[in-house]
Every structure is written in structure tokens, then in C-alpha cells.
Design a protein around this ligand. Structure first.
Ligand SMILES: [Zn+2]
Length: 567
């Protein structure tokens, strides 16, 4: 895409009569001491919930030596109630569960299986502490400590029906009751066995939480769950009395360590990774209540931001998180809505020109840094025939006849703002902001408008060069209203030109101009662009380039987010 940065030269010879578009925000007096302080640095990340609830969930120590059982209170403080030395354990919904190999099912499978029954004989003794119950359980080969509604008990055996438990009660001569726990109960077994280690049933008052214990290395424990390693604890809730919602309860900083690798290459420069870490942390803090109804803060998918534990974490990304611990992006003391994307292709954009409302810190900036790195989407270009564009509009539900012309408009930053399509009956369809880009994105034709930074022109027709009029790089929209200022201060209106010649560092260059809003009538339209993403906020490749140029994370964030405070 040709965009000539001639503003310095133009400024010297041309004065612009028009007031140029664009709301100007001046950074207000930010109180740098007003740094955001989160209420709690423990975050709850939903791993499996809703349609993905599980009947059984296993854990395996990677770094650690067994687990402490307990629960988190409403202040997210962990209260231990019991423990195990087993390094591989499985949490089951309290149900008749069928074991084949290492897997547990809540319906009898066709193959051979063993059963963990959900009926037991409970001794008629309430124990003062977990340890007392654990010692008492050793009297039986098949007994286990149980935490039922705030008290410790010993349960014996596991049976698949109340009747079987009643029979056992009598036959074994136990002073107890045949029972089954509530539909909130979770049973813990040694993985791959029917041996029950512990049972937790606190009704709806609290959910079982399992905290890995450190081993002798003293390193922070990490635990395998379904092929991913995690820091922190796990919480198991049968929200509606059925299957189990599984939540990772983890320190904010450890959570961010599991996010960065999915947002930025962990081998990128440290300062870029630090900028990304602060973006991810700020983004998370602003979305804390996203999944409140499920009892956690954020989910592990792209819905919130991708988090898959520590598997992909790198030395650089971990260090970036640690060196920016507790830092957020704020504007006037409030957390910022942080946006970022892959590459801007030359300029970011005011958020209201892509999404909806203006935000003072999401202002378009010209990006002189990206050109120093390979963004992988530096220049992209493709051609649509008028028929293809007609087909695209029709396939997206617009009842048009053959499209005969397109009228693009551009923002002051030179990014696309709107596209008006006119058909052979003279009817118009206009798409603006993000839709101006997405309307031309076609999987059917394999042609993609990757960013907001592109131009549309008729094939073989002159380039839509944008003329910058002053050092603010506002777009000179009306070429008829340009004046030359002579060395003695005389002002002379220029004739409406088809071409303008400007003096650049490399000599005189001629630029032809079709202003924003000019209608293009053609059989073939060339779409030429650069960058990848929505162009609002931080360019990740730009951050990489800035870091490689020796700038630090604050300089990076303050470049892409206007008037913000980092701290
Ligand atoms: Zn989510």
C-alpha cells in the first residue's frame, strides 16, 4: 500500500483552510499515584463447566507430593480439612461409578469393570479432626475419612444400593448407619482403583478444593490435569447436583503466565512480553465477573482469554510476568479496556472508528516501528470482480443486483471507514467501521481483508493516495481548498489540481489524488492492505519492533495507549 508521508514538506508549502475531522482528546491530569489495586489476587478460572462438566477428573503431581483437601471461603482463603500422600487421585461425582482401566463412567460400560458404589456404612461417631477420623478408618480395610457438613466421620465400604449397605451394616456388626451423601458430594479415589481416599459433602455451603502439596524441592507445585499442567488448586462443584464443574484457583500472576504463551511468542524480546503481560492482566481484571453464575471469574477459552496452564510457558514470558507483577493499565485511575492485535500495517485507529464508543486512550497512532520487523502480513492484495462482490453481498443476505460502483471513505489515519456499494438499480448498501472490513472478507473466495488498513481502487485506475496536510497527519479531504504560502507570507489559492508535486528528501514527487469519498466504477476492484487485526490498541509486532529498538514496556504501552498510567 502506497502512503506517502509527506506531511513535513506539505506543511511548509500548504496551509489548509478546512477544519479537519477528528475529536481531539487531551490527556487529562492523571493522578499517577492512583494505581489500581485488585480486591483479590486469587482468580478462579473455569476449566470444564456447562455442557463440558465432567463425571470424573484426575490430578497427577508434576512437582508436588500429594494433596491437601479443603475449601475456599468467600474471601478465597483456603481452609484445609484433610490430606493424602497419593500423587494420582481422581475426583468422582458421588454416584455409582464404573472403572475401566484408568477411566470412570457414570453408566455401566459394555466391557468388564469395577465399581465405586455411592452407598456406605457411616460410623456413629463424630470426630474432632481429620487425623482422628483417618486413624479410626485404619481399623477397616475399606474405610475412609469423610467431611460431611462441617464434621469428620468414618465411612466403611462402597455399595451400589441402600439395601446392600443395610445388609453390610448388619453382617459386619458396625455401630452406624447405611447412607449416601447429598447431590453436592465429591468422592476422591486413588486413580485407576476403587479405593476411596476421602469424601467431601458440604451441601451448597462450600465446594471441595484440592491443593497440591510441595515436595522436598520446595518449588511451587504443578499438577497435571487432562494433559495440561497448572499452578494452584482445583475446585470441584456439582452446581446443579449433576456432573462436576472444574475450576483452577490460581494466583493472578501464575494465571498470566499461562496466558502469555497463547498471545505472544515466548521467545520475543522481554520488554514486548512485559507489555503483553500487563495487557493480559488488565484485560482479566476488567472481566472478573464474566462467569459469575458458574462460580468462577474467567474461562480458559478465547471467550475470556486463552489459558492452558504452564505447558507452553517460557523463561522469557515467566520473567515478563514476574517483573511486572501487580502492574495494570489505567486511565484516570480506572482500568482500561485493553485491545491488542497482531499488526497495524502502519497505523492504529480510534476505537470509535472500528467499534462503537470513543475511549480517550484508544486513539489512532502512526506506527513507525512495524516496518523494522516481519509481521507476516505486511502487504496483502487481491482483486474482486464486480460479480464476485455481488455474490458476496447476496450470500451475506443483501438483496442486490450487479454491483456497479464502490465508494470508500477513509479515516484521518488513512484506515478504511466505510464502503458504499451501488447496484445496477441505483440501490446502495453502506458498511462502516469494522463491517467495512468484514464485508469483503470471503472464505468462499479465499480472499481476506485482514485489517482495517486497506484501500479499494478500480483495476488500472489511479492509486487512492492520501495527502497529509500537517504534522498531525490529518487527511486533507478537499483538494480544492489548498493554499500555497510564499516565503514573504503571501497566500495564494491553488487551482484545483489533478496532480500535486511536492518536494521530498529525494526530490520532487508527483502524487495524484482521489479523495476519500470518491466513487469508483469498475469491473475489477483491487483491495490492497497491510496489517492483521482490528487496528485498535497495541500492535504486538509493533511492540516487538519497539523492544528490539531498545524501548521498554512502559514506552511501548504509552505509545499505543494514549495518556495512560502504567503501575
Ligand atoms: Zn469466558
Amino acid at each position: 500500500m502506497k502512503r506517502k508521508c509527506i506531511q513535513r514538506v506539505v506543511m511548509a508549502v500548504v496551509a489548509v483552510a478546512a477544519v479537519l475531522a477528528g475529536v481531539i482528546f487531551t490527556p487529562s491530569g492523571n493522578d499517577v499515584s492512583a494505581v489500581y489495586e485488585p480486591d483479590n489476587t486469587i482468580v478462579k478460572i473455569g476449566l470444564y463447566y456447562g455442557a463440558d462438566e465432567m463425571v470424573a477428573a484426575n490430578l497427577l503431581n508434576e512437582i508436588g507430593s500429594g494433596y491437601t483437601f479443603g475449601y475456599f471461603d468467600s474471601n478465597r482463603e483456603f481452609h484445609p480439612v484433610g490430606e493424602t500422600d497419593e500423587t494420582a487421585i481422581t475426583m468422582l461425582k458421588d454416584w455409582n461409578m464404573y472403572l475401566v482401566g484408568n477411566k470412570y463412567y457414570d453408566e455401566a460400560p459394555n466391557s468388564e469393570y469395577e465399581v465405586v458404589g455411592c452407598y456406605h456404612v457411616r460410623l456413629n461417631i463424630e470426630f474432632a479432626a481429620y487425623e482422628d477420623a483417618a486413624i479410626a478408618a485404619q481399623e477397616y480395610s475399606d474405610a475412609f475419612p469423610a467431611y460431611h457438613n462441617g464434621a469428620w466421620y468414618v465411612c466403611v465400604g462402597s455399595y451400589t444400593s441402600a439395601a446392600d449397605a443395610e445388609v453390610a451394616l448388619v453382617e459386619r456388626g458396625i455401630d452406624g448407619i447405611a447412607m449416601t451423601a447429598s447431590s453436592s458430594c465429591i468422592t476422591v479415589v486413588a486413580t485407576g482403583t476403587t479405593r476411596i481416599l476421602f469424601q467431601f459433602d458440604y451441601g451448597t455451603s462450600a465446594s471441595l478444593a484440592v491443593m497440591p502439596r510441595p515436595d522436598e524441592s520446595g518449588e511451587k507445585p504443578q499438577t497435571w490435569f487432562r494433559n495440561y499442567k497448572y499452578y494452584g488448586a482445583f475446585q470441584y462443584t456439582r452446581l446443579t447436583g449433576g456432573d462436576i464443574t472444574i475450576v483452577n484457583v490460581v494466583d493472578m500472576e501464575d494465571y498470566i503466565k499461562g496466558v502469555i504463551p497463547y498471545e505472544m511468542n515466548t521467545l520475543w524480546p522481554l520488554e514486548a512480553l512485559k507489555a503483553q503481560a500487563i495487557c493480559a492482566r488488565t484485560y482479566a481484571a476488567l472481566r472478573y465477573d464474566t462467569h459469575e453464575s458458574y462460580g468462577f471469574d474467567l474461562c480458559r477459552t478465547v471467550c475470556c482469554q486463552t489459558y492452558l496452564g504452564t505447558n507452553a510457558a517460557g523463561e522469557g514470558s515467566d520473567r515478563a510476568v514476574e517483573e511486572t507483577a501487580g502492574e495494570y493499565i489505567t486511565y484516570d485511575g480506572e482500568l482500561c479496556s485493553v485491545f491488542y492485535f497482531s499488526s497495524d500495517g502502519g497505523a492504529t485507529e480510534n476505537c470509535e472508528n472500528v467499534f462503537t464508543q470513543p475511549l480517550p486512550y484508544l486513539r489512532g497512532v502512526y506506527d513507525p516501528y512495524e516496518e523494522y520487523v516481519d509481521t507476516g502480513r505486511k502487504n496483502w492484495s487481491f482483486t474482486y470482480t464486480a460479480e464476485e462482490i455481488t455474490n458476496i453481498l447476496q450470500s451475506k443476505g443483501y438483496n442486490c443486483s450487479r454491483i456497479v460502483s464502490i465508494t470508500p471513505t477513509y479515516t484521518a489515519m488513512g484506515n478504511i471507514y466505510s464502503l458504499k456499494f451501488t447496484d445496477s438499480n441505483g440501490k446502495n448498501w453502506t458498511f462502516s467501521k469494522y463491517n467495512a472490513s468484514s464485508i469483503l472478507y470471503s472464505s468462499a473466495y479465499g480472499k481476506y481483508t485482514y485489517s482495517m488498513r486497506f484501500t479499494v481502487k478500480g483495476e488500472g485506475q489511479p492509486d487512492n493516495t492520501i495527502l497529509y496536510a500537517n504534522s498531525n497527519r490529518d487527511v486533507l479531504e478537499d483538494i480544492g481548498a489548498v493554499y500555497a504560502v510564499g516565503g514573504d507570507g503571501t497566500v495564494q489559492k491553488l487551482a484545483d489540481p489533478d496532480t500535486i508535486s511536492v518536494l521530498t528528501g529525494s526530490g520532487v514527487e508527483e502524487i495524484s489524488i482521489i479523495g476519500s469519498g470518491a466513487t469508483i466504477t469498475a469491473d475489477r476492484y483491487v483491495i490492497s492492505g497491510s496489517g492483521w487485526g482490528h487496528n485498535v490498541g497495541m500492535s504486538q509486532f509493533g511492540a516487538k519492533a519497539m523492544a528490539e529498538q531498545g524501548m521498554n514496556y512502559k514506552e511501548i504501552l504509552e505509545f499505543y495507549f494514549t495518556g495512560v498510567t502504567i503501575g
